[in-house]
Design a protein around this ligand. Structure first.
Ligand code: F6P
Length: 356
């Protein structure tokens, strides 16, 4: 059995834990196993950069952040374009796979990476996907590994802001990752006791945000904490076309939505506002126990799919059961926060404003 493995896209805390699950399960299934680890994501598959992963490489990595294979972004929209030297990337990946006589390729990746995984599957390669991303925005799985660890970091950022916000009677904005999806912000905002949560799926009205701040002020709470998704947008911005929004952002004097919001809140309320951006710390450090368990489950399931020859699938979690879903059903689809979900409703019921 010859298996290739790679980690692609932005890293997250339990990539190593997942590879450990795959490796340990496969080594206990096969005596004749060779695992090739491709370096820096699809880059390694395109340019034949890999090494043979020994059994011992999968030990001692359960708690280690990052990825022992390295990762890189290989944008799906450019996958069919030749590289700077005119190399056909897809053909090159197929070539590496065939040259190494692989029986299958396991891809640990998020949205874009799994689109490429599906493309390779359509090219006739045996591919299995594992749902990685702190954003938890992958369609077809209730949970992705990395999400809960990143939420823990973001929550800690909000926790640390609480005491200083109260002492200074200021408004604090904590900007949380998640790309175009507000899942992380919703969870971290709730876990950290944010007063206002702004997510891309629920465009905000600046008047409602300021009203929520002032209402707290009048109610005897002269500080507010706003958890803002990096992809959050105002109601006005949400009406713009993609092109118009891109132009607006390119010409904006603000580094991100949080700074624009801070300015608007100060102009309207006169209350001091500070912005904190935990940024890539959210992807760093050790995975939380939940992610270690989930990563192990996903890794073992990926090994089971190899054993059963069930290729062209992504391992997934549905209703707390570890299962699989065809890659072609996942590719290109985004999972977003449902504004009518129970969680959003519950948040509203305890007085959290979404600025909507
Ligand atoms: O997809 C994970 C993620 O961390 C997003 O939340 C964020 O928008 C993006 O990656 C940042 O990407 P990069 O690490 O390339 O700056």
């Amino acid at each position: 059995m010859r298996v290739g493995m790679l980690t692609s896209g932005g890293d997250c805390q339990s990539l190593n834990a997942t590879m450990r699950g795959v490796g340990k399960a496969l080594f206990s299934m096969y005596n004749d196993l060779t695992i090739f680890g491709f370096e820096d994501g699809y880059h390694g598959l395109i340019y034949s950069q890999y090494h043979q992963m020994e059994r011992k490489e999968f030990s001692g990595i359960l708690t280690r952040g990052g990825t022992i294979l390295g990762t890189s972004r290989t944008p799906f929209k450019l996958i069919n374009e030749p590289d700077v030297n005119g190399l056909n990337k897809v053909a090159s990946m197929v070539h590496t796979y065939k040259q190494l006589k692989l029986d299958c390729l396991i891809v640990l990746g998020g949205n874009g990476s799994l689109k490429t995984a599906n493309l390779l599957s359509e090219q006739g390669l045996n591919v299995i996907g594992c749902p990685k991303t702190i954003d938890n925005d992958l369609w077809g799985t209730d949970m992705t590994f990395g999400f809960h660890s990143a939420v823990a970091v973001a929550t800690n950022a909000i926790d640390c802001i609480h005491s200083t916000a109260a002492s200074h009677k200021r408004v604090f904005i904590v900007e949380i990752m998640g790309h175009k999806v507000g899942m992380m912000t919703l969870y971290a905002g709730l876990a950290g006791g944010a007063d206002i949560i702004l997510i891309p799926e629920m465009p905000y009205h600046i008047e409602s945000v300021c009203a929520a701040i002032e209402q707290r002020y009048q109610g005897g709470s002269p500080f507010s904490i706003i958890a803002v998704a990096e992809g959050a947008m105002s109601y006005e911005d949400a009406q713009l076309s993609k092109k118009e929004l891109k132009k607006k952002l390119e010409n904006s004097k603000y580094p991100s939505v949080s700074y624009e919001l801070a300015d608007q809140i100060f102009q309207r309320t006169g209350i001091e506002v500070r912005v904190t951006v935990p940024g890539h710390t959210q992807r760093g450090g050790e995975p939380v126990p939940y992610d270690r368990v989930l990563a192990t489950q996903f890794g073992v399931e990926a090994a089971n799919l190899v054993k059963k020859g069930e290729f062209g699938n992504m391992v997934a979690m549905k209703n707390n059961i570890i299962t699989k879903i065809p890659l072609k059903e996942v590719a290109g689809k985004l999972k977003q926060v449902d504004p009518n979900s129970q969680l959003v409703q519950e948040a509203k019921e305890i007085g959290i404003s979404f600025g909507d």
